[in-house]
Design a binder for this molecule. Sequence first.
Ligand SMILES: NC(=O)c1ccc[n+]([C@@H]2O[C@H](COP(=O)([O-])OP(=O)(O)OC[C@H]3O[C@@H](n4cnc5c(N)ncnc54)[C@H](OP(=O)(O)O)[C@@H]3O)[C@@H](O)[C@H]2O)c1
Length: 326
Amino acid sequence: MATIGTSALDVFPLALGGNTFGWTSDEATSHQVLDAFVAGGGDFIDTADGYSAWAPGHSGGESETVIGSWLKSRGRRDDVVIGTKVSQHPQFRGLSATNVRAAAEASLRRLQTDHIDLYYAHFDDPEVDLAETVAAFDGLVNTGKVRYVGLSNYSAERVQQWVSIAQGSGYAAPVALQPHYNLVSREPFEGQLAPVAAQHQLGVVPYFSLASGFLTGKYRTREDLAGSDRESFTAKYFTDEGLRVVEQLDRTAQAHGVALSTVALAWLQSKPTVVAPIASARNPEQLADLLASATVDLAVDEVAALDAFSDEVTRTAAERASESAA
Ligand SMILES: NC(=O)c1ccc[n+]([C@@H]2O[C@H](COP(=O)([O-])OP(=O)(O)OC[C@H]3O[C@@H](n4cnc5c(N)ncnc54)[C@H](OP(=O)(O)O)[C@@H]3O)[C@@H](O)[C@H]2O)c1
């Protein structure tokens, strides 16, 4: 088990991503995935009020609704830690105090629960005074509707500002950070956010841990990706350097007799500050490889070899960015 920052939340070292629920997995399959996750020792579930508003015909709230019906039918509320997020639901955009309170109520209704264990500000909202948002989250903690506060997609500077407002006013301080972080996307997390997470003892819960499926190794050519549900998410990882990371994952996975996705998650779990990477599964078969990451320990030289291939992705991306800026 791993503790989320300074909170009292002890969780399985893999969080189950909820963006598939009601999107690429129907309700019955989503419930099977949730059942299999809990049966495999999992207890940390990640969602957001906006999931899956991006899908045609969806309005947001689909994922929380599916989780809520599962919680109700299984009676497992006290056995799981639920993380959800505010700011991106089409009807509840942004982080004004009024919106944060209203969005939290809507999430509680959909989740069919009276409390959210970890409530994230999903994206920074520069239009709202940060002190107003910090106070709104603190108000939810005080009423018991939220247990702990988390931040996702915030810059290091804005995390520092949030923490100092909270400390200065005696408000609930964040305990978790949810950044985009994986073997083919290490910046800006490692360079900018990881030091801030270490400084404030924030538990890191990376998202896109499998690079939206790229690090499972199932896409080796652009043709493999064409027409998939996640094409628009995954295409950006498709570089020569990225494919060399996948080849190194192949070698490490073979040495352990596990899937590439298992190793990609174990690599994240080996990193300081990381509490539990988030990954989602379309069905229980995919989930088995993800759960296996909790039982795989990579040797120091295996992590170093993956780091070296991954460094090439970071270096080349930085070179391309500076060329296009020149
Ligand atoms: N804070 C944020 O802004 C933010 C943003 C994005 C995501 N998230 C969170 O992070 C979670 C994970 O993100 P994600 O699902 O987009 O990306 P991901 O975990 O990197 O990729 C998961 C996808 O990879 C594929 N996959 C998983 N296991 C597999 C296996 N064993 N074999 C083959 N394919 C496999 C499945 O997609 P297919 O079956 O479709 O290929 C699965 O849905 C989300 O559910 C959400 O909770 C947070």
